[in-house]
Design a protein around this ligand. Structure first.
Ligand SMILES: Nc1ncnc2c1ncn2[C@@H]1O[C@H](COP(=O)(O)OP(=O)(O)OP(=O)(O)O)[C@@H](O)[C@H]1O
Length: 523
């Protein structure tokens, strides 16, 4: 199922002689890429595709219609229609002219080309052609019944359909094109002030395509798949017209009123659908056109609307009105899906086929299940291995940790033992050093003591000598005193004092030395 917006494009036709002459209104349109802006910049519209006056119908077909035409062969309903004011180029686009094929002919050829791509399908193509003229449905393929108007019916199986409509089976594209041309001759045309050959009716050329696939051939009896039924509506609308422009009167005026009324209903249907509100009443039944095209508008169909406009300033308002219509229509969402009909035979065949498919799937699943259970066994084994391995790893880790801790304690003990030995050794060494120093100091002390004793002895000798001399001098003094020589006495007295000083100094020196030595001995 698809969720497709209605495809909308704008096609500008070249300006014609009549329009060139009547420059009554200076406002016009300019196109840049796919945006159309009024020359006074007041209006602007953007579309997926805007075709300029120089574009060919083939360009329009390739972009807007090809997918829809081919899709019909695949079972999708399709509708392509041309919309626009009178003389804007709708019939030119849909039916073509001597120089250029129209979209109807191109679609017919593509449908048959596509059919040829499915050799395993049986196809039946039926063509019909109707016009809605003054709100009457006319069968354009039944010349004799020209005046008979057809009725619209609706049932569950067929949906909305036109009763008593001639549907011509066609096997070649040329036949279908010929039917279209044949019907075209019966269509209501009329000259107006705006178009010498103005379509006075809406036309719908329809191809109905049924197909079924040949699945297999058992006992020379072919088995078929479901039947696909789809329709392609190729619609050429009559153009909206202003009496002031067409100058219509009498029959033309009455036709114009019907045309405008049904186009107004189409506009209302488009507006309501574009609003997208759920449950809103859509007035399909207000005109034959919208009733017949109900599926194409918001229903089960791929739909494209080609909006034809003229760039002529004189038709500025009509072009603007078409652009507004197009702008609303592009918001409508359709819901296209392949249409398949299942009869008993088809249902049984389909179910058998589905059954076979399911059987295959079941077998495939069983195989997968087996694979999965094998894999799950493998996984369990791997898990077990992983667990065992994990346990082993844990033990290993514990062992290593204990070994490490023991090693650490061993190293610590050894270090502390070494440290103590080293301390002891250092202690012994220190004691030895101490002993040596002590011995050396003692030796030094003893030597000093010997020296001091020696010095003491020497000093004693010196003192004795000095005392002896003092005695001698005293004796001399006694003698001198006796001689009464005062000068001699003075000199002698001085000498005695000097000797006594020396004696005192020696005593002091000696006592200091002794004090030092006794200190050293204590240390
Ligand atoms: N793209 C185009 N290139 C050249 N000429 C064109 C083009 N489109 C339209 N014309 C010419 O413009 C004129 C009007 O075109 P046409 O009849 O297709 O308009 P219309 O919309 O079908 O009008 P009506 O609604 O009145 O039937 C015709 O002469 C047609 O050949």
């Amino acid at each position: 199922m698809e969720d497709d917006n209605i495809q909308v494009c704008i096609r500008f036709r070249p300006i014609n002689e009549r329009e060139t002459k009547s420059l009554t209104n200076c406002r016009s349109w300019r196109v840049i890429n796919n945006t159309i802006t009024s020359t006074n910049n007041e209006q602007q519209y953007t579309f997926d595709h805007v075709f300029q006056p120089c574009s060919k119908t083939t360009d329009v077909y390739n972009i807007m219609a090809e997918k829809i035409s081919c899709g019909v062969v695949d079972g999708y309903n399709g509708t392509i229609f041309a919309y626009g004011q009178t003389s804007s180029g709708k019939t030119y686009t849909m039916k073509g002219c001597l120089d250029e094929q129209g979209i109807v002919t191109m679609s017919i050829h593509d449908v048959f080309k596509r059919i040829a791509e499915y050799p395993n399908r049986e196809f039946c193509v039926r063509a019909s052609y109707i016009e809605i003229y003054n709100e009457n449905i006319v069968d354009l393929l039944q010349e004799a019944k020209q005046l008979e108007t057809l009725k619209i019916h609706e049932d569950v199986q067929r949906g909305v359909y036109v009763g008593n409509l001639k549907e011509q089976v066609t096997q070649r594209p040329e036949d279908a094109v010929q039917l279209m041309e044949q019907g075209e001759r019966l269509r209501h045309f009329g000259g107006t002030n705006m178009n010498e050959k103005s379509s006075r009716s809406h036309t719908i050329f329809r191809l109905c395509i049924e197909s079924r696939e040949m699945i297999e051939c058992k006992n020379e009896e072919p088995q078929y798949g479901p039947i696909r039924v789809s329709t392609l509506n190729l619609v050429d609308l009559a153009g909206s017209e202003r009496v002031s422009h067409t100058l219509a009167e009498g029959v033309r005026l009455q036709e114009g009123a019907h045309i405008n009324k049904s186009l107004l209903t189409l506009g209302t249907v488009i507006s309501k659908l574009a609003e997208g509100r759920n449950g809103v009443h859509i007035p399909y039944r207000d005109s034959k056109l919208t009733r017949i095209l109900q599926t194409a508008l918001g229903g089960n169909s791929r739909t494209a609307i080609i909006c034809n406009v003229t760039p002529a300033p004189v038709h500025f308002d009509e072009t603007h009105s078409t652009l507004k219509f197009a702008n609303r229509a592009k918001n409508i969402t359709n819901d296209a899906h392949i249409n398949e009909i299942l009869n008993d035979q088809v249902i049984i065949t389909k179910m058998k086929k589905e059954n076979d498919i399911w059987k295959d799937k079941c077998m495939e699943l069983e195989k997968k299940l087996e694979q999965v259970s094998n894999e799950s066994n493998n996984i369990a084994a791997i898990r077990k291995m992983r667990d065992e391995h994990g346990f082993e790893m844990l033990n290993q880790e514990r062992l290593l940790r204990t070994q490490f801790e023991q090693e650490v304690i061993k190293v610590q003990n050894e270090l502390s033992m070494r440290y103590e030995t080293h301390l002891e050794r250092m202690h012994v060494d220190l004691q030895e050093v101490y002993k040596k120093i002590k011995e050396e100091v003692k030796k030094e002390f003893d030597e000093s003591l010997v020296n001091i004793i020696q010095e003491k002895e020497n000093a004693k000798i010196e003192i004795a000598e000095l005392e002896a001399r003092i005695l001698e001098l005293e004796a001399r003094e006694q003698k001198n005193l006796l001689d009464n020589d005062p000068e001699q006495q003075f000199l002698l007295h001085q000498k005695i004092e000097e000797l006594e000083r020396e004696n005192r100094m020696l005593n002091i020196k000696y006592s200091r030395r002794r004090a030092n030595m006794s200190n050293n001995q204590v240390g």
